[in-house]
Design a protein around this ligand. Sequence first.
Ligand code: ADP
Ligand code: ZN
Ligand code: ZN
Length: 719
Amino acid sequence: MTDTTGAFAQVLLDLPIAPSFDYRVPPALEGVVQPGMLVLVPWGRQRRVAIVASLSASPGIDEAKVKTLLELVPGAPCLPGDWLGFGQFVARYYHRHTGEVLLPAVPKRLRVPPRAPAADGKRGRAPLEPFALARSRFRKLASPLVDKEDGIPAPRGAWRPTGEQQDVLGALNGSVGYQVWLLHGITGSGKTEVYLHWLAGILARDPQAQVLLLVPEIALTPQLAQEVRARLPYPGAILHSGMTETDRAANWLAAVEGSARVIIGTRLAILAPFAKLAAIVVDEEHDPSFKQQESPHYSARDLAIARAHSLDVPVLLGSATPSLESWQAAIAGRYRLLSLTRRATGATLPEVQITTLREHPSDSPIPEGLTELARDQIRDCLARGAQTLVFLNRRGFSPVLSCAHCGWLSQCDDCSAYRVLHRRGAARPAGSRSGYQLVCHHCGSERPVPPQCPSCGELELRPLGQGTQRIEEVLQQAFPGARIGRLDRDVARRAGAAGLLLDDIHEGNIDIIVGTQMLAKGHDIRRLELVVVLDPDGALFASDFRAPERLFATLTQVAGRAGRHQGGAAGRVVVQTRFPRHPIFTALATHDYAGFANKLLDERRDAGLPPFSFHALLRAQAKSLPQAVAFLRQARDLAQDLAVITARANTAAARQELPLLYDPVPMPMARIAGQSRAQLLVESASRPALHRFLAAWLARIEAEPAGIRWQLEIDPGEI
Ligand code: ADP
Ligand code: ZN
Ligand code: ZN
């Protein structure tokens, strides 16, 4: 090894090729450059923004080849050391490089390299540098706390906590340092109120403290953000993926520099640096949207716990239907359980009725309509002037178009899925083909509706089953006077449309709301007294072992929208299913989360599934399925001496020692956009053993095999 002369720095870049990169520190910056600073470095013929990780050289570097870093990014703060440490933890856990985790967490605006100096050495007159811009933007954003977005009802003051809420707050306020609290509170029990009281206390006690509230979704619940801002009257920042880059930069910088005290965000907010984070709340902690769907597939809920641990601060997870992971941790005593068992307003939980659809005659234009019970209930509700939510988790008009003559179905050419029949624009007279379209929800391909069966020429093609658009028409026919609104992703795609509709709903201008999952969460609609759940049956028999847990959570959430306010009639829920005796509906009707969760946990324990074991999933994508499977087989062979390869060797003793590798199989959606997809599941009873194995195994797998794209997902949510 040569003697190193001068100063060196290892910096992080968003590149998969190495954990860090060496640069020489120019003499002018010696003693100035510090870990956590943003610097500009030369990279080939480009310049890139990098984060300084340490002030040392990698062992054995070739000094002659080391380039010199260019300059500090003007106006950038030094990012805190705990953030770098957290990034390293995340990278280790998800088996990525730290730069791949941390650089994407810096808003784009703040990591574009400033223009290079012109040939004469002078930089063209630079526009105002991005950090200064972000600071002034935040001052504008943060000043008027309320009444910025019009149409949102004015927030109200704090409630006096109920007895149960006081008990919960007493426990929370009495604890110091790291602790995971799991707040299990039925829908409408006033969890939000608990968060606000708790956080208000923390903010009042320490004039520098910051608090982070993570929520599954902000765009659709502007009320919550509004309420938080009004009730916690400190400068607040919001972080989510839907905001403009300018606003994102402004809010992010305010979190780092401590000028924002209250930060509300979706999952990506957990990766932001904070000046002095004192507490974290994860609302609806069970919600799958806390899981990032692309690499590195992190779970913001899990990272919130890791972050709280490293900062030695408390984290509060709240839900009416906690994830089984969290529930088990509470049972085992690792998390402390807090409960709210009654609705804060004094309202009772809704009465749930389960009904079955008779099979309709096959020539009925509406194969699955509304049961008598549902119709009667909606009629009553309309008569009382109250609102109804009709929940159907399937957008479009009909999930598949079929030929009754030969059995042709509107299969997508490139995916293992059907193209869904969609209506464009307003309702059309029955039998009209124009104004409809076939759309694949996976690859997005669109086709006109064929004039006749492509396979046998039969003229009459028939929509099978119903989506939200069709049920909207059914309701319009059944209740001609009612004002009906629909909210699903097709509607929400039009900018501002969802917000306007939600305002209408809250103001009582809509009688019947048809909606998907989007409407299930977080909404507190005063006049909503009836919830009708249509056709939840698909999820009952899904192959994923988490399907029942998810369905129960969704149904509990939707049901929980009904009758939240005292003074109205008690809430009612009608569930239409073909399997009325399924235990999931019994648990729903008796509001028995704990009973249902404990039963699922027993099954998971018997089967050795999470949370009693830990999973990683290697996924491969290729032109053909055999190619994808062959790659995974090879990968499995590379694990020969590191793991238990076959399920037959799955003895208790072997599993204690070594992870188990299952056979590669096609993914449930085996083809998307012409790419075939397969997966290989790795399971271990020990998390450390799993990660030791993965590190050794990944080192053997070729990074970029020809014709294959692969990725590793830790703690996959769906398998
Ligand atoms: P959750 O998040 O548990 O579903 P929320 O926090 O949305 O419940 O509260 C449900 C309703 O109860 C809200 O309308 C809220 O204003 C009201 N509420 C909450 N706490 C109280 C209280 N202590 N007294 C009266 N009403 C309350
Ligand atoms: Zn046909
Ligand atoms: Zn497709």
